[in-house]
Write a new protein. Structure first.
Length: 244
């Protein structure tokens, strides 16, 4: 049985993430990002990053608005996002860029399996896997990969002025390792939560349609950020991923 304090904490954490996402979304509407895809990345990241994302947005995200870019160009200067954002923060933004695609894919994938549970048979349930969580992970990963490539494509192509196929290949190089590292960190924590914390310690299943599941996912996303961050640093140093 889920203890009352965990149920209440789960609801509070989800509400905090939603509130931070709304605050950023409202500010982005007034001050759009120069890189359009970041208008999506920042609010989505706030769903699990909560106050850390909110702080990061107002500390560094606001340096990369269309207004700041135009003002810098008018002065003949480099944009403040390039000269006032440390490399560690640039890598963090790039990691969040990857993570936001993962988050959207996981939200869509998990709820899709609730609405259409028979879909899991297409991803190995009953033939390859006995536990449906593994089939859900396969679906989540495939969705995250597709969405991650789309996110990277619309980041890299305008910056490098690439045509379609070279742009797709650049996006694949930039996002495959980053996304895989993120999903491994996220799946690792969710495995602990699913098989140990809930199944053994609490003696109850961790159901998708519960606040506790999505609170665990918030923590899992932070674990994904931690495992993906060093990979993103390496990708930036190799020039496969753009500094953000």
């Amino acid at each position: 049985m889920v203890p009352g304090w965990l149920h209440g904490l789960s609801i509070a954490a989800l509400a905090l993430g939603f509130a931070c996402a709304v605050l950023i979304a409202l500010d982005v509407l007034r001050h759009p990002q120069h890189m359009a895809i970041m208008n999506i990345v920042w609010p989505v990241t706030a769903l699990f990053g909560t106050v850390l994302t909110l702080w990061g947005y107002f500390r560094w995200g606001r340096l990369a608005t269309q207004e700041e870019m135009k003002a810098a160009r008018a002065r003949g200067e480099q944009p403040p996002s390039k000269i006032r954002t440390p490399l560690a923060a640039m890598v963090g933004k790039g990691t969040s860029h990857c993570g936001s695609a993962c988050a959207l894919a996981d939200i869509a994938g998990e709820w899709l399996t609730v609405l259409a549970p028979g879909l899991l048979a297409w991803f190995g349930l009953g033939s390859v896997f006995e536990e449906k969580i593994y089939s859900r992970w396969v679906l989540d990963y495939l969705l995250a990969f597709v969405l991650g490539i789309v996110f990277q494509y619309f980041t890299i192509v305008p910056m490098r002025q690439l045509s379609f196929l070279p742009g797709v290949w650049a996006a694949v190089k930039a996002d495959t390792l980053s996304l895989t590292a993120w999903q491994l960190g996220m799946y690792g924590f969710m495995a602990v939560a699913h098989f140990w914390l809930f199944a053994r310690v609490l003696g109850t299943p961790l159901e998708v349609a519960s606040p506790e599941f999505w609170f665990m996912m918030q923590i899992a996303m932070l674990c994904g950020f931690a495992t993906s961050y060093p990979v993103n640093w390496w990708l930036v140093s190799k020039g496969w991923k753009e500094k953000m």
